[in-house]
Design a protein around this ligand. Structure first.
Ligand SMILES: [Cu+2]
Length: 146
């Protein structure tokens, strides 16, 4: 009699556990679906037209013979530019106030550039050149020459 009761309880327990597992599987599967949906939404929304345009603009700049860094009134764009030995970089003042380029190790400078003016420097040695605007020291950039 006692033996029968134990076996009945055990059977019930097994059934209960298996039912819980099925339920957990549904929750996991449902959660996975939600996560995949979020990822899909993220991927579809990711390259907004503005970001795509910025990417294409950056690509256009680096594929030109003359590399151009735009100076606005707070930063250089691109902040870091990679060129090859023998190539020249042009800094164009797209801001409203005067800016200049001074390399941190005094290798090159453009002198003061007013709004709309450009200055260039041709890199003949490989290396990483940090530079700044001496009028606005918070404006910094880097040219990597390979
Ligand atoms: Cu400046």
């Amino acid at each position: 009699m006692a033996k029968k009761r134990v076996s009945k309880t055990a059977k019930k327990k097994v059934h209960h556990t298996s039912h819980t597992d099925d339920h957990s599987f549904l929750i996991i599967a449902g959660g996975g679906f939600v996560i995949i949906s979020i990822i899909m939404l993220f991927l579809y929304n990711q390259p907004s037209s503005t970001e795509k345009m910025m990417y294409e603009t950056a690509n256009t700049i680096t594929s030109e013979d003359q590399r151009v860094v735009s100076m606005n009134d707070s930063m250089f764009t691109p902040e870091s530019l990679t060129v090859k030995v023998g190539e020249s970089v042009t800094w164009r003042n797209d801001g409203m106030t005067d800016h200049n380029i001074v390399s941190d190790d005094d290798v090159f400078t453009t002198g003061v550039l007013a709004k709309g003016e450009e200055g260039s420097y041709t890199f003949t040695k490989e290396g990483t050149y940090s530079y700044h605007c001496s009028i606005h020291p918070e404006m910094t950039g880097t040219i990597v020459v390979e």
